[in-house]
Structure formats: C-alpha cells, structure tokens
Design a binder for this molecule. Sequence first.
Ligand code: 4NP
Length: 154
Amino acid sequence: MKVLFVCLGNICRSPMAEGLFRHHFERSNLADVFVTDSCGTGNWHAGELADIRMRKTAAKNGINLTHKARQIQHEDFEEFDYLLVMDHENYKNVVKIRPDYADKVFLVSHFNPMYQNQIVPDPYFGEQADFDQVYDMLNHITSELVIYFHQNRK
Ligand code: 4NP
C-alpha cells in the first residue's frame, strides 16, 4: 500500500508525517506492506531538507529526516493509493490538480477517532513548541494509520 503525505512546502508537516509513518511500519515489521513519500503543493523549497526546526524535533525523538522537498506531480495520483493532506487548503489544491482522483485524497486525520477531521496546523511561522505539537499529533495519527491500513488493506 502506497501512502503519500502532502502539505504546502514539504519541509515541515509532510516530511515529518512520512518519517513517522515509516518509523511505525518498520517497527511493526511491515516494511514489505507499505511504501511512503511526501510532497508539497508548492515548489519554493524543492530540493531542500526539512526545516531545521522540524529536524530538531524529529532528532530529539530518534527520527532522522532525510527527505528532500519536491512538488506534487500528476503521476502521484496514479502511483499512490492514498494522498493524505494536512489542511483544507492542501485538500483544495490537491483535488484541483486531478479532480478525477479525489476519492484518494483525505485529511491525514480522517481515519482517526481522536483527531477526526482536525487540521495539522502549519508551524512554519511559529515557535519550536509548534513543531513539537505537530510531531505529537502526527505521531499519534501515523501510528494508528499503520494499524488501520494494515487491517483494511485492499
Ligand atoms: P509545510 O510548512 O507546508 O508544513 O512544509 C510550510 C513551509 C514553508 C512555507 C509554508 C508552509 N512557505 O511559505 O515557504
């Protein structure tokens, strides 16, 4: 099952989601079940590592973020089974690119009983604590996504 995480810049939220999702499926010995990547709706940061503040929060929790930012491509809609976005703006922008694939696009919190349909707030103009909060939210959501997708895989 292939899962693509999408945010605006692909340097804060979605690379963290990708890193955490991978961490959780590897820890559950499901590396042969899942493939994951991340991307942004914008291209301003293409080629860059994640924001240093996001990498600090990740490293503090034992996760090394090596993803380099890239913009979403038309092919991603065919390649991935799920495109999981962080907020309503991401949703609108992603669906606009390929409306025919809208059934693959969900808020990352969509399947989560605790955070259902809450957005993951953009921490870019915030403080380190905002990055820690994004981490906590995505840690919870992605660990449960591994279980949910594994149980409900096609
Ligand atoms: P992200 O955060 O979408 O979580 O990667 C942002 C990163 C950069 C910008 C906005 C949001 N920016 O405006 O450059």
